[in-house]
Structure formats: C-alpha cells, structure tokens
Design a protein around this ligand. Structure first.
Ligand SMILES: *Cc1c(COP(=O)(O)O)cnc(C)c1O
Length: 366
C-alpha cells in the first residue's frame, strides 16, 4: 500500500461538478481582477471567522507583511513571534522593515510559550505576531492580556488554522488583524496562491484596501505607495465553493486524528502524540508526532510506502537568513528539541481508516 502525506486529487473528485459553474462564470464575466467573487468571498470568510472585514491578497506571506504595515509596524520596531513556525511568519515582519524577536515554544501545543512572552518585550516592541501552529490555537487570553498591558498590537497567523476554535470562538477573531493563507495544501486551499487579512477594525481595513491595490482611492488617484497584492477572482470563486465544505473537512481531519491517536495509544509506542488543550478545537492541519529515532523511522516508513515530512527541521532563530540577529544554538531549547524530533504523518480529510491503520502498523513493525 502507498499512503502519501497529502493529496488533493480526492477532494477535487468530490467537488469538481460544483466547481464547473463558478469557474465558467468567472471566465465568461472577464472580471479576473477584483471581480464579484472576491468581494463575496471576503465577506463570507470574514463572517465565517466572526469578524467584520476581509481583504483578499496574493498569499499568506503578503497577508502577514501587509497586516504588519496596516498595523503601523515598520523600520525600528520589534515584533514578538515564535521561533518554531514556518519561515513566512517572520518574513512578513522582515518585509515590513521590523525586527522579529523570537520566543520559545510551549511543548505540548507547539504554540508560542506565553510564560516567556513578557520577558521579550522592550521599548521598541510594537506587536505580538503569534501562530496557531498545525491547527491548534495559541493561548489567546493571556496573550491579549499582555498585549493590552503593554499597548501592543496582536496579529494572528492563522495560515494553518482555518476554522480552529479557542474557547468556542474562531481563531482570527481575537487580534487586531489575522492572516490566512489559501496555499493549496492548507485546510482551505485555492488552486494556486492566495491569502487574506481579516479584521474588525475599520481603520485597518481601510489601510489594507489601499496597501493591497496600489494605494489607490479612485481609479488613477494614489494616496500612498501601495503594492499589487490581490486575490484572483478565479481563486475566490473556487474558495467560495470550498468554504461550504470546510467544517465537514475539518471534522473528518479530527476523526482521522482521533483514530491515529487511539491506535498509537493501544500500541503503546515510545512517542509523543498531538495534544488538544481543554480550551481548544484543533483542526489538524498536520498530525505531528515526536520520536527519538526519526531519521531511521522515516526511511523505514518510506520503504513501506508511507510518506512523512518534517515541519520544521530548523527553528527560525537558527536560519541562515536571520544570522544578523545574532541568535545561537540553545537560545530556545524547546523549539530546537521539537525540530529534532517532530514528524508529520499523512493527514487530509479523505484519508481512509484502512490507510490510517496501515500507517500505524508500520510504526509497530519498525
Ligand atoms: C503557509 C504558511 C504561511 C504562508 O502562506 P503562503 O500563502 O504560502 O505565503 C505563513 N505562515 C504559516 C504558519 C504557514 O503555514
């Protein structure tokens, strides 16, 4: 048997008839840039997340970058962010001209360690940019309290957490702004790049509207030097169809995760399984486990047709591109340990019970 870490083919088979009409409508309308579906999807997705506004952009990275600018963050500012995440999180901060200041990871949820957050604050700190990693929400209450106390903006990186809940509220509805990616493999993915910034602040929404579309007010009237970062109409039309399935797909991911966890627990293997805090509804963008003998295990699994990946092998503070910040090994021991032990197993809504059982069996025999 072959079990890939990810496939979009099954999802496409399931919805291809639903997609035909909306895609054809875009083709016939000719409104490829900022066409009707963009505004409708912005509204529908903001509503889904429980906020007032959505502004579609080119990618999740652009969402982070432009959200920083829209929050008034720039040169000379510091933004607190986890070291253990995908590189795009901190690149967004860097693109805005600010300096990322890293904080270690909490070992169970893999999100930013809120007990270490306050120590990272300096006079230059302007914001906290946190990540709901793998689909598990960060601990928002203490984060919002610290932000309020120090008058910091809060930006949520929700690129892996479309539909995840913190205390029964959608992630993305807590911060001043939240950033989503619609990269094809995300829980809500387009057929190409795409992203969105959501917010309930009219001020941030207005700034985002300028920033992502050449800084223009009228057709040829430019108030600021903006950027060209828009969500394609075609992608918006596709995402509108997919959004209707998101809850059901997330539930299937949760069911798959539960089965993995049950089988691994029964097998009593020496490994650390994903954890779900009592305040959290995890949507399992990734199902990650931690093991001691990762390299050997991954190779053996590959031999048996099971593809796995490492999210992420290098913490951001040790990435070459950030060497000018002067961080060194041992600065964030939890993040570094996770990078050595973590591995992601096949996870998507359409994964079958038989496939999950097969994956767990291979763990038992290696
Ligand atoms: C995917 C991802 C991004 C970047 O999104 P793109 O659309 O690929 O630019 C940012 N942050 C996290 C945590 C991600 O997983």
């Amino acid at each position: 048997m072959k079990v890939d870490i990810f496939t979009l083919k099954r999802q496409y088979e399931e919805i291809k008839d639903e997609l035909k009409g909306p895609i054809e409508n875009v083709m016939l309308s000719g409104g490829f840039i900022l066409g009707e579906d963009v505004g409708l999807f912005e509204k529908e997705f903001a509503e889904y997340c429980g906020v007032k506004y959505g502004i579609g952009v080119n990618s999740g990275t652009d969402a982070l970058f432009l959200a920083c600018l829209a929050c008034g963050i720039g040169q000379g500012d510091e933004v607190i962010t986890p070291s253990y995440t995908y590189i795009a999180t901190s690149l967004g901060i860097s693109m805005a001209g600010a300096r990322p200041v890293f904080v270690d990871t909490e070992e169970k949820t893999y999100c930013i360690d809120v007990t270490k957050l306050e120590k990272a604050i300096t006079k230059k700190t302007r914001a906290i940019l946190l990540v709901h990693l793998y689909g598990h929400p960060a601990d928002m209450d203490p984060i919002m309290q610290i932000a309020k106390k120090h008058k910091l903006k809060v930006i949520e990186d929700c690129a892996q957490a479309h539909g995840a809940l913190y205390k029964n509220k959608k992630v993305g509805s807590f911060g001043d702004a939240a950033c989503f990616s619609f990269y094809p493999t995300k829980n809500l993915g387009a057929f190409g790049d795409g992203g969105m910034v959501i917010t309930s602040s009219e001020e941030i929404k207005d700034r985002m509207s300028l920033l992502h579309d050449y800084g223009r007010k009228g057709r040829y009237e430019h108030i600021i030097k903006g950027y060209n970062s828009r969500l394609d109409t075609l992608q918006a039309a596709i995402l509108r169809v997919k959004l209707k399935h998101l809850n059901e797909w997330n539930e299937k991911r949760r069911k798959n995760a539960d089965l993995y966890t049950k089988l691994f627990k029964e097998a009593k293997l020496d490994m650390i399984l994903p954890y779900e805090e009592s305040y959290a509804k995890h949507i399992y963008h990734q199902y990650t486990v931690r093991v001691k003998n990762r390299a050997v295990l991954m190779e053996k699994l590959a031999d048996k047709g099971v593809r796995t990946l490492i999210h992420y092998p290098i913490p951001i503070h040790l990435q070459e591109c950030y060497k000018e910040l002067g961080y060194k090994k041992r600065d964030f021991p939890v993040a570094e340990k996770c990078c050595e032990e973590i591995m992601s197993l096949p996870m998507y809504p359409e994964l079958t019970e038989q496939e999950i059982r097969y994956v767990v069996e291979q763990f038992k025999t290696t």
